[in-house]
Design a protein around this ligand. Structure first.
Ligand SMILES: Cc1cc2nc3c(=O)[nH]c(=O)nc-3n(C[C@H](O)[C@H](O)[C@H](O)COP(=O)(O)O)c2cc1C
Length: 636
């Protein structure tokens, strides 16, 4: 429905909400959606006529809405789009004279196309019949009757305390209307299958049927090969709906919607929600996903629908997607749908296409790399597909010099997919770091980026102004390593306690270096230098007493907690104290930290200092080189 008042007066409203200006010129050309009837809502006959005249050259008929029962209709939309309208839709039915005047004015004022009307039932049979006759007499060419009254609203049945039976549309009442007028009557309300459509035509004698809710849920409802029966095999119904979803998205991509937030996702949700067994509000909640995975055999659809209806961000879609495990053909379809729906919701807009690819190199700790790649590269391939990027990881034992980190490059042709790729990788590393037993669990997490020497100045900015600003904007600590001989690259270390901050930080730094003329020369994995481990440590404050030598683990095991903490406060790099929350009041530290937790901090401190590294038992994946220690270098 188009609101007559803004349509008659506001060019922008017209352009936004009506997109068939050329349809009439295309006439009966294939793929053109004709016949096209535009429906108007409003309460002023002349305003509606003005809007109808603008539409007349582009449509096949004008319909007037006397059926809408919403709150907006009750208020006339005057708070938003229609400042002068007092009510529209079904709220005009209590004034049959006004209804007739509107129909009469528009019918008399249009030359080329007919006028039709859509009504609901009135509480009394006779009043409905008189209304229908008045509409016919005023000049309507057809009448659509929704066989429910304004009080019968399935959506609010629970709120209004109405049982299912009292919500059923009355075909009998529609048949009465059909008998009382000579214009074609269209029957509407509660038609959910092809069989019901046929039965309704027979029982009411209507010229046609109209369906809304059920057709939104199953756009193939009336197709000849579906008799409307419930599918015997739920799995094949799921596949059918996924295929329909795919087809719908293809159409949505071909016939783009001018709205800022196209309703593509919500349409897809409608198509899937019945199988999922949850309404949209329920499905939107994250907890629903957890519950569904435990109890709902259609968990896959639940996840898909969450991905589809989530308005939050592409990354949420991705996160949910990554939890799905499907057979190959369904997996393909699933990925396709998530991508397309995200694109439709403008989360994946293909913008800022660059003739030179966007690219970057990240370091991935060796112990995360395998998991990120997945079995036979499956995980990485899916990330690439979903983010529309191209990624490569260096070989199993090909480390960035001076580290035990493998290298990962990301290439993308658009800025958006580049950002999505970086985000997916950072979140994936974060997710792995949060697995039980990982060294970084619940602590600050580090992401390392390799940048050309030539780009360092731009990242740092004048007197460090850029890194300071990025830190403020992203909540991420950013430090840049010193230079190392024989290598034209530096390592940017990002440190934060939240994955969102790290994503922001990484994206900010990497976006800022994309115009560096040497960036692309640094995307390979070949180096002729060998550097000592820890040579990239990049400049966070070291121990409070740099000369104090750390005690060994053996020494510490027999000491009370207080002694070890006091010792660490002097001899351990500050970064480690922060990560292990060993700063602040001693009483509190001793209360919350166990002996083992304090020993873990000592162990990490020992690892971070190359000379003492060999003393440490290597029971866990070590994080040496991950920790920014040493002097801060902000010189490019
Ligand atoms: C999402 C949605 C949008 C609708 N928009 C309109 C509208 O713009 N104009 C109108 O006359 N009816 C509108 N309706 C009402 C339907 O045309 C129909 O009268 C009602 O849903 C009852 O039919 P059903 O039981 O087949 O859903 C809408 C219904 C739905 C579900």
């Amino acid at each position: 429905m188009l609101h007559a008042e803004p349509f008659a007066s506001d060019e922008e409203y017209r352009r936004t909400y009506f997109d068939a200006w050329e349809a009439a010129d295309l006439g009966s050309a294939k793929d053109v959606d004709r016949p096209l009837i535009a429906q108007l809502g409003g309460d002023d006959p002349h305003t509606i006529l003005r809007a109808a005249r603008i539409l007349e050259p582009h449509v096949d008929a004008i319909d007037i809405n006397f059926g809408c029962p919403t709150e907006d209709a009750r208020r006339g939309g005057h708070n938003t789009h229609s400042p002068h309208c007092r009510r529209y839709g079904a709220y005009l039915l209590r004034d049959p004279q006004l209804v007739a005047k509107i129909v009469g004015t528009v019918a008399a004022g249009l030359r080329r196309v007919p006028v039709t009307a859509k009504i609901r039932l009135l509480p009394h049979r006779q009043a409905t019949l008189e209304l229908a006759m008045a509409i016919e007499e005023a000049g309507a060419a057809a009448l659509c009757v929704h066989g429910r009254t304004i009080a019968q609203r399935p959506k609010y049945a629970e709120r209004d305390g109405l049982g299912q039976s009292s919500l059923s549309p009355s075909w009998e009442a529609i048949a009465d209307v059909r008998r009382s007028v000579n214009i074609p009557v269209i029957s509407n309300g509660g038609i959910e299958t092809r069989l019901e459509a046929v039965a309704c035509l027979q029982q009411t004698g209507a010229a046609a049927v109209m369906s809304a809710e059920a057709l939104l849920e199953d756009p193939a409802l009336f197709s000849a090969d579906r008799a409307g029966e419930v599918q015997a095999d739920p799995q094949s119904d799921i596949s059918r709906m996924l295929r329909l979803g795919r087809e719908f998205l293809d159409l949505a991509e071909t016939f783009t919607c001018p709205l800022k937030y196209p309703p593509t996702k919500s349409h897809l949700f409608k198509m899937l929600h019945r199988m999922i067994g949850a309404d949209q509000a329920t499905a939107r909640r994250k907890e629903a996903l957890v519950a569904a995975r435990k109890s709902n055999s259609n968990a896959v659809l639940m996840i898909l629908s969450l991905a589809i209806c989530s308005e939050a961000s592409y990354s949420e879609d991705f996160e949910m997607y990554s939890q799905v495990s499907l057979d190959e053909p369904e997996q393909e379809l699933f990925v396709d749908i998530v991508i397309s729906s995200a694109r439709a919701a403008q989360c994946l807009v293909l913008d800022e296409v660059s003739p030179n690819n966007f690219c970057c190199k990240l370091l991935v700790p060796a112990y995360y790399a395998g998991g990120m790649i997945g079995k036979r590269g499956k995980n990485m391939t899916q990330i690439e597909k979903l983010t529309q990027t191209s990624m490569s990881m260096s070989g199993v034992d090909v480390f960035f010099p001076g580290t035990q980190d493998r290298m990962l490059t990301i290439f993308a042709t658009t800025k958006r997919s580049f950002v999505n790729g970086v985000e997916a990788i950072v979140r994936e590393m974060w997710r792995m770091s949060q697995q039980p037993g990982q060294a970084q669990q619940n602590h600050h997490f580090v992401v390392k980026l390799v940048v050309p020497n030539s780009a360092a100045g731009k990242i740092i900015g004048r007197d460090g102004s850029n890194t300071r600003e990025m830190k403020r904007a992203t909540g991420c600590r950013i430090s840049i390593s010193r230079r190392n001989p024989g290598i034209q690259e530096r390592v940017v270390v990002l440190l934060a306690s939240k994955d969102g901050c790290l994503v922001q930080g990484a994206v900010n730094v990497l976006e800022c270096i994309q115009d560096d003329p040497h960036l692309h020369e640094h995307m390979d994995f070949k180096y002729d230098v060998e550097l000592p481990l820890g040579c990239w440590d990049c400049g966070k404050p070291g121990p409070a007493e740099p000369d104090a030598e750390l005690m060994t683990l053996e020494e510490a095991r027999v000491l009370p907690k207080r002694c070890i903490v006091e010792h660490l406060m002097k001899a351990a790099p500050r970064e480690i104290l922060v990560r292990h929350r060993l700063l602040g009041g001693m009483r509190k530290i001793l209360k919350v930290k166990t002996h083992d937790m304090i020993l873990a901090a000592l162990e990490e401190a020992l690892r971070s200092i190359p000379d003492q590294n060999q003393d440490v038992e290597r029971s866990k994946p070590h994080v040496s080189g991950m920790l920014p220690v040493g002097l801060l270098t902000n010189e490019p």
